[in-house]
Ligand binder design. Structure first.
Ligand code: DAT
Ligand code: MG
Length: 139
C-alpha cells in the first residue's frame, strides 16, 4: 500500500449535469488511485447520518434533500497526503471562492450544490469510507 486515503462523493448536481467522467478524469490525472467506487443513491437516513455534524445548521434539511435527489458516485482514493491534496483539488465550498483549476470552480453550481465531497481529516476519511464500502469492495 502506498499513500494515504480520502473519501469522495460526486454529488447529484455533478451527475445530473453530465460531469461524472470529466471529474473522475481530473481526479486520476491529479495522481489519485481509485481503491473503491460505486454508483448509488443515498437514502434519507444515510444522508442524515453522513451529514450529522451539520444537523444544527440552517441548511441541513436542504442538504439532505439535495443529497438524496439523485444518484452519486462514492469512492475511496489513495495518494500521498490524500486528504489535503484532494481538498486542494476540489477547491473552496463556495464555487465563487474556489481557485482557478479546481473541480468546484469548473463544475459546482453553488455553495449548496457544489459537485463534490472531500473528507476533512484522515479520521473522517476512514469513517466515511467504511460508511459506504465493505472491506471486500476496497482494492
Ligand atoms: P465542505 O463540503 O467544503 O467540506 P462543509 O463541510 O462546511 O463544506 O459543508 C458540507 C456541505 O454542506 C457543503 O459541501 C455544502 C453544504 N453547505 C455548507 N455550507 C452551506 C451554506 N451556507 N448553505 C448551503 N449549503 C451549505
Ligand atoms: Mg466538510
Amino acid at each position: 500500500m502506498s499513500g494515504n486515503r480520502t473519501f469522495t462523493m460526486l454529488k447529484p448536481d455533478a451527475i445530473e449535469n453530465g460531469h461524472m467522467g470529466k471529474i473522475i478524469d481530473m481526479i486520476i490525472q491529479a495522481g489519485f488511485s481509485i481503491k473503491a467506487m460505486k454508483y448509488t443513491r443515498l437514502s434519507e437516513d444515510q444522508a442524515k447520518a453522513f451529514y450529522e455534524v451539520h444537523s444544527e445548521r440552517p441548511f441541513y434539511g436542504e442538504l439532505v434533500e439535495y443529497m438524496t435527489s439523485g444518484p452519486i458516485v462514492a469512492a475511496i482514493l489513495e495518494k500521498d497526503n490524500a486528504v489535503a491534496d484532494f481538498r486542494a483539488l476540489i477547491g473552496a465550498t463556495d464555487p465563487a471562492e474556489a481557485a482557478e483549476g479546481t473541480i468546484r470552480k469548473y463544475y459546482a453550481e453553488s455553495k449548496g450544490r457544489n459537485a463534490v465531497h472531500g473528507s476533512d481529516s484522515d479520521e473522517n476519511a476512514a469513517i466515511e469510507g467504511k460508511f459506504h464500502f465493505a472491506d471486500s469492495e476496497v482494492f
